[in-house]
Design a protein around this ligand. Sequence first.
Ligand code: SER
Length: 582
Amino acid sequence: MTKALTSSEIRARFLDFFAKRGHAILPSASLVPKNDPSVLFNTAGMQPLVPYLMGESHPSGKRLASAQKCVRTGDIDEVGDNRHLTFFEMLGNWSLGDYFKEDAIAWSYEFLTSADEGLGLDPVRLYVTVFEGDEDASRDMEAVEIWKQYIPEHRIYFLPKKNNWWSPGDNGPCGPDTEMFYDIAGTLGDMTHEEFVAADDAGKVVEIWNDVFMEYEKKEGQVMGKLSQKNVDTGSGLERITMIVQGKTTVFETDVFAPVLAQIQDAAEKYDDQGARIIADHVRSALFLIADGVLPGSKDQGYILRRLIRRAVMRSRTLGLRAHFLADIAALFGELYKDAYPEALDVSIGASISHEEDKFTRTLEAGLKEFEKGTDPFILATTYGFPIELTEELAREKGIEIDRGAFDSQMKAHQDASRAGAEQKFKGGLANSSEQTTKLHTAHHLLLAALQEVVSPDIHQKGSNITDERLRIDFNFDRKLTAEELQKVEELVNEKIREDLTVTRREMPREEAEKLGAEMEFGTKYPDIVSVYMIHDEHDKIFSKEFCGGPHVTHTGLIGTFKIQKEEASSAGIRRIKATIA
Ligand code: SER
């Protein structure tokens, strides 16, 4: 048997095949769309090409092809099974008002089946679906007629818009598509429509290529008529097609992942497939995101990157991998990808991943201390970012029972309450609004201490209010603060954030806290036992101490960048500051 093509060879063959047919080869665009704030990442090869599909002329001509880096995080919780990935490369060819169905279908078929120029797949294992038609567009008989030259008619199935229509979102170019499927085991033979649908549901056939005939436009979710030109937009996921070509049943057994999984298996104390796959997938995504300039942070792309790294860190602990092993994995991926993507070798990538790992490890450790004290799983999840699975695992080790039902309903209530706010903005339900509020709480303490240091030691808090978006503090002072004072206060807070001071909570009798000189809000009635939050460096030099119920971050470095938005009078002798973090 001849040796199966590698993923790099498949990528190269694809680009050569279309270059020979008059296509300009475009380098992959950055994962972060340049001029499109409506999406966080490129999720399809066509995304950077939307203006050209809409009619603008492309400097490289009317025939284009690329291997485009894509990130889709909608399925993040599914990663670990045999096929879901958060990062993938999409191979695609485009006609911008040039060739249409005849050539698109002929070339898809030829590339899939030709042993010399393409992938040499067995035509007998191919099945095809086409759009069945509705009020927006008629049944695609034209595609059927073309396909009949290559595939027996009884292997061509009609499916509705849900399956055979593609658009990047609610607005933009769209159209009916024809999709190619492959029988993984090669045992299925001829199938009726129902048998085909069942085989698809069971994962016995997998979609390997999609040709979209983009001649329509969508506005606000409605198909609104035709574009000025008839386009072709095709896409094939490189990892998935590699799995097919290499005769594997999961993408993780292909050359894209196998060396990495072997390295994880060698190093792990307690290996499990799912954990190792999650680590491999997430580190690969993190690598490409950082290579494209994203840094772990508290919002948008940075938030997703941080979430990917943190999930990988959690798993690396479960597998018993040593600290900073993830950076080694990133370096190995860098080697595997260096020819196609030289940016993947950037040494700062491993350092960024390790830095985020260290930060998260501190949070985890603080969370573990809370766990030892018996803190409720809901607080561990919302304040310390502990996934419930981790709390359950720790509890199992200690023989403690976790009430999963109670946790799920608390989380649901919590998510419902915050859905309208930050989550919507961060998309995909990934944001955790309480995390933002937690940071603002700690920033609030830093701000009060900074006002005392910069403006006057007699300043005390007279009121406060924190939302997902901002903090507000009222304090006694008899004049407007100068711009210079405000700037110094802001700088001092940011300096304390950069110093990554530790936040420690101590419970003590109220009198003891008063003796300690902890800040308290005048007029508030405190209980006999209070909790005091101290913000201090490693030599226990205290910057801030306040009575407070929390919640707070464990280290100020987690806060982000602090910014004063406004300073104004609140009432006689009381000033008010509003501030945000980013
Ligand atoms: N845009 C289509 C898809 O993502 C074809 O590339 O499936």
